[in-house]
Structure formats: C-alpha cells, structure tokens
Design a protein around this ligand. Structure first.
Ligand SMILES: NC(=O)c1ccc[n+]([C@@H]2O[C@H](COP(=O)([O-])OP(=O)(O)OC[C@H]3O[C@@H](n4cnc5c(N)ncnc54)[C@H](O)[C@@H]3O)[C@@H](O)[C@H]2O)c1
Ligand SMILES: O=C(O)[C@H](O)COP(=O)(O)O
Length: 389
C-alpha cells in the first residue's frame, strides 16, 4: 500500500483518484510515500526518509523547500492553470471593487443607523463620497503572462480596457493565446506611469520580490490601483500603504493582508481567496493526484517544478527509475551494473533539468535487490527504485 500524507484539506474529488486498494490517505502518516498539500509551509518540516513525491494542489510552490527536495531526489508536482480561472474572476471582481469603491461603500451602509426614512436620506447624502469610474478606456498593466495573467489580460481587452503586459519568460504557446490588442512592455517600470491598474501574476522568487517598491511606486498615477492576488512579498506593502497615506496611490487590493495593510484606508484585504472555488479546488486536486499517482506507479513525470518531464510507455513488467546528479557517465555506470547482472535493457529514457537527471529503464527480467543497492551506492545517485507492473 502507498501512504499519502495530506497537509491541508484537499478536495475529495481529487483524493478519489487514489484507489483504496492501493492507497491509504490520512493527515497523520509517519512514513508517507507522497505528500499532497496546498499552502502548508513545508520549510521547517523534516523530510520523511520514505518520501518519494510532493503534490502541490495549486500553482505557487514557494511554501515548499524545492532545493532540498531536488537534493533528496523528490519531484514536486503542481497544477499549472488548474485554478487560473478562479483567480482571474477575483481579479476582475477587484477591478470593480476598487473602481466603484464598493468595499468602503458597504462599510458606510452597514454603519448607517435610524428609521427607514432617515436611512434613505443618509444613503442619498453619502453616495457622492463613493462615486467611481468605469473600465472601458482605462489602462491595466499585467505583470506575468502565465496561465492567470493571460486570462486576466484577455478578459480586460474584452471589457474595453487598454492592456499592457510584461513577461520576460513568455512562451511561444503563451503568446499565441494572447489577444493581439495587448501592448508589450519591456519592463515593469516602463508601464507604471500609464496604468490605472497594475496586477501581478508572477511566482514569488528573488527576481519578483518587491516588484513594486518605495522607488517605483512614485511613478504611478495618484489614482492608480495595485492588485496583488499572487503572493505577499511581490508588492512591498509598506511602500504601497505609505503611498496611499500620502495621497499618491488610489487603492491596493491584496489577497495577503497584514497589520500594515489592515491599518491603511483604501486597502481591500481578502483572506487568500484567489483559488478558493469548488471548481478550482477540484481541478487542482485531480490534476495533482493523477500526476503523483502516475509517478508512484510508473515513474513517469508530468508537471514537475524541479524535475524534467519524462514519460515512457511500459516496455516490460520490470522498471527501474533512477534520479542522480546531472554529471557525466551516470547512464553508462547504471547500464554497466545492469549488464553485469545479466539484465537486458528493453527500453530506456534519460532527461535532465538543472542539477537533476532522471532515468527510466525497462528490463526483460526481475531486478534483484542487490542490483538496486549497487546503483544506490554510485556517487551522485539520489534515488533508485523498481516498479513492478
Ligand atoms: N491568490 C491565490 O490564491 C493564487 C492562486 C493561484 C496562483 N497564485 C499565484 O500566482 C502565481 C502565478 O500563477 P500562474 O498560474 O499564472 O503561474 P504561471 O507559471 O502560469 O505564470 C507565471 C508567469 O510569470 C512569469 N514571470 C516570472 N518571473 C517574472 C518576472 N520577473 N517578471 C514578469 N513575469 C515573470 C513567467 O514567465 C510566467 O509566464 C503563482 O506562482 C502563485 O504564487 C495565487
Ligand atoms: O498558488 C496557489 O495556487 C494559490 O495561492 C492557492 O493557494 P491555496 O491552495 O492555499 O488556496
């Protein structure tokens, strides 16, 4: 039986992808073969020696120690695009929330007291404070044109907005999916003075930390709205809140509120709701469950963030998978050990990504355990395991 440890609530529709005759799933497993999680922070957690795979039922993987996982030979899978529509819808909601001052207006009406006639007067008297603006003709800057950014950009075009996008890593496939009306920027700073809205859809990595900061926030219009449904840390909250306090920025919508943002008027704080729809939770859990299951049962890798994508149809019942450092002569040494054990290779594939190399070998007969032990002892080998059909 494979043991799956869940570190967050995972959609039952996804967990049902693990057949009960092969898998035990619990939030209390001492020696898991795989971990399935959402935003649980794994950085301070010891990595169980039994662990073979991690599945992030979502997009962002900054809560997972990727370097440590790679060094231990553990692929981390995520669910690219599976929650993109949910986030896009919340971005579009954020445009309306901020443009029409809806959050403050709701607070105003909730605070009204008196008889109905009195309330009616207060409603009419108060409304001028919350007058807003419409979206057609306004300009939005979209930083990051991945699964979410592309959907946001295209929807904004359909809302009649001018859209400027920036993504130095935009793929050819990604570019094909973008409306031709989207203008390309060469940097974030280049778009700041033109935009009425700025929305970020990038991972939190060194290059994206403090993307909007005390220096460049000054370039924005005093009425502009910054939207961060990506990650805390990508926008420098103190800089943005200071700019709002000084009347140099219009509004900030964040899915990652803290005490600073809570104290600032014109900040709309949401409790990390971007991916919290039933549809997104199901999509993410199903995608990641299928990928983790495929890896455990066949060794094939799809949508890993730290391993190469590797897939080979089964040629025989006897499969060996090896993960090693990406250095010369590893495949040669593995093949020699198999040949010395009189094991005939039926099919083989080897791919690498960064420091990690991964090999799948199908051989014609059962692989004795001492062969696996010998491969494991090779310098640079992180994992070696057999998978019987
Ligand atoms: N609030 C939520 O609940 C929620 C939900 C889903 C995703 N997210 C966050 O949104 C992020 C993006 O998600 P996605 O599904 O679109 O991911 P994605 O991988 O499809 O897209 C990310 C894009 O960012 C681009 N990028 C990387 N560095 C950049 C930089 N310095 N400047 C500009 N672009 C850069 C990449 O080239 C890529 O196209 C995730 O990493 C996650 O942190 C949040
Ligand atoms: O990166 C993501 O996919 C989102 O931040 C979703 O996080 P969650 O699964 O904890 O809602």
């Amino acid at each position: 039986m494979y043991q799956i440890l869940t570190l967050n609530n995972i959609s039952a529709v996804g967990l049902e992808k693990f057949p009960t005759d092969l898998y035990q799933i619990s939030d209390d497993v001492a020696s898991p073969d795989a971990i399935i999680l959402r935003s649980f922070k794994m950085h301070d957690m010891p990595i169980p020696a039994s662990l073979k795979a991690v599945g992030r039922a979502g997009a962002g993987v900054n809560n997972i120690p990727l370097d440590a996982m790679s060094k231990a030979g553990i692929p981390v899978f995520n669910a690219p695009g599976a929650n993109a529509n949910a986030v896009k819808e919340l971005v579009i909601a954020s445009l309306f929330l901020s443009a029409r001052n809806i959050s403050e207006a709701i607070k105003y009406t909730e605070g009204l007291q008196g008889e109905d006639a009195e309330l009616g007067k207060l409603v009419e008297a108060g409304k001028k404070k919350y007058a807003g603006f419409e979206l057609p003709g306004r300009t939005i800057g979209v930083v990051g044109l991945g699964a979410i950014g592309r959907m946001v950009a295209n929807t904004c075009v359909n809302l009649g907005m001018n859209v400027v996008g920036f993504d130095p890593g935009l793929t050819v496939d990604g570019a094909w999916q973008l409306s031709a009306q989207i203008e390309r920027a060469n940097s974030v700073d280049e778009m700041l003075s033109k935009v009425d809205f700025l929305t970020v859809h990038v991972p939190l990595i060194d290059a994206t930390r403090d993307l909007i900061n005390a220096d460049n926030v000054q370039k924005m219009k005093p009425t502009a709205v910054v939207i961060n449904l990506a990650r805390g840390g990508i926008i420098n909250d103190a800089a943005v809140c200071d700019a709002i306090d000084a009347g140099k920025l219009g509004c900030y919508v964040t899915d990652f509120p803290n005490n600073r943002t809570k104290q600032t008027p014109k900040v709309i704080g949401l409790p990390h709701l971007g991916a919290s729809t039933g549809e997104a939770e199901d999509n993410c859990a199903v995608m990641v469950a299928n990928q983790v299951r495929d890896y455990l049962e066949t060794g094939n890798i799809t949508n890993s963030v730290n391993f190469p994508n590797v897939s080979m149809p089964r040629g025989t019942d006897h499969r060996l998978v090896v993960c090693n450092q990406n250095v010369p002569n590893m495949v040669g040494q593995i093949s020699t050990i198999l040949a010395d054990a009189n094991l005939n290779i039926n099919d083989m594939i080897n791919q690498s990504r960064g420091d990690v190399a991964y090999t799948i070998v199908d051989v014609d007969s059962a692989i004795p355990s001492d062969v696996i032990s010998t491969i494991k002892q090779l310098d640079g080998v992180m994992i070696a395991r057999t998978i019987q059909a």
